[in-house]
Design a protein around this ligand. Structure first.
Ligand code: ATP
Ligand code: MG
Length: 62
């Protein structure tokens, strides 16, 4: 299953929704999740590298 979360508007809750949804699928639904972070800020990828909850692929890394 591929879920894409995107919106042009800043601060709309994209990163928060991605984090919560990935955690829910991993911890509650026991699904294997790969988060692909296409945001230049890479904030989600950095969080997941620390938490090691989900595998993370980083795109657009500066
Ligand atoms: N459902 C929600 N209810 C209340 N506050 C929320 C909700 N979702 C996100 N927020 C808050 O809104 C702010 C922006 O959220 P977030 O960083 O997830 O947005 P974003 O779309 O990823 O922003 P950016 O475009 O800067 O990457 C954060 O302070 C977050 O805690
Ligand atoms: Mg964000």
């Amino acid at each position: 299953m591929l879920i894409i979360i995107g919106n042009q508007k800043g601060g709309a809750g994209k990163s928060t929704l991605t984090l919560l949804l990935a955690n829910f699928l991993t911890l509650v639904k026991k699904r294997k999740v790969t988060v692909i972070d296409m945001d230049y800020q890479q904030s989600l990828a950095q969080k997941y590298e620390k938490a090691k909850l989900a595998e993370t692929l980083t795109l657009n890394k500066q």
